[in-house]
Ligand binder design. Structure first.
Ligand SMILES: [Zn+2]
Length: 238
């Protein structure tokens, strides 16, 4: 059953190189970062100056939220543009201290156009108790995310954090970071943000189901049918 779920976790079925997609205007990226940062804050997925978001502007440039700012109170002009080595190209502030993690994901996944990192309470509680979200309890999550693995603990803002995520980046769209939080990514900010919502929502469901008693996972045949259904939906453009 684990193998079936691992296969389901490879969420994007069609992986187009980012360079083939039309690029948005820089102003639009700035507004998107402000808007989705505000949503992260409103949902309670970040507190104080926690979390960070970024978008890939072009094959060699990334726009990221500034270090030390509340994600609920940012202005478009406060964003920082860096190259793929993390060197600042424009902006008045320092880029997020976790920019290296974002760049690692962009380098390993040419299909990814945006990365979101936050500390949503329930999912972070799972990450802090050493538990991945890999129990197939809800059909929707199997279709949208597959499994959400748990990366080993590493100190925030260090190269070790990127190293701890590397084994999971190619086959997943969302990763729990032990004793820290969650990182999600997708083709654009909307998709990366919605995956953060899905992870936290699923963590709440798993927690509630366990409080009710022994939970009932989907069986191997049900999982195979779900993955088959997902392939069909994707092919038909749903
Ligand atoms: Zn963090």
């Amino acid at each position: 059953m684990k193998k079936i779920l691992e296969a389901a976790a490879v969420a994007p079925l069609v992986r187009l190189p980012f360079v083939n997609r039309p690029l948005k205007e820089e102003d639009q990226f700035r507004h998107d970062l402000v808007e989705f940062g505000r949503l992260l804050h409103l949902q309670g997925y970040v507190a104080a100056t926690d979390g960070n978001l970024s978008v890939r502007m072009s094959p060699d440039r990334v726009m990221v939220t500034p270090s030390g700012f509340s994600k609920g109170m940012m202005q478009p002009g406060e964003m920082v543009v860096v190259d793929m080595e993390g060197r600042k190209l424009s902006g008045c502030y320092n880029p997020s201290s976790e920019i290296a993690m974002h760049l690692t994901i962009y380098r390993m996944r040419p299909d990814v156009g945006a990365v979101v990192h936050a500390h949503p309470c329930t999912a972070t509680a799972f990450a802090s108790s050493g538990q991945a979200l890999d129990e197939p309890l809800c059909s929707e999550i199997v279709i949208t995310l597959g499994t959400v693995p748990l990366a080993p603990y590493a100190t925030t803002g260090t190269a070790g954090l990127s190293e701890s995520l590397k084994p999971f980046i190619p086959g997943h769209s969302a990763i729990l970071m032990a004793n820290h939080g969650v990182v999600t990514y997708g083709q654009d900010l909307r998709q990366a943000y919605l995956r953060m919502e899905s992870v936290e929502h699923y963590a709440r469901i798993v927690l509630a189901a366990r409080q009710l008693g022994p939970s009932r996972s989907l069986n191997a045949q049900q999982l195979e049918e779900l993955i088959e259904a997902r392939t069909r939906y994707t092919r038909n453009g749903h």
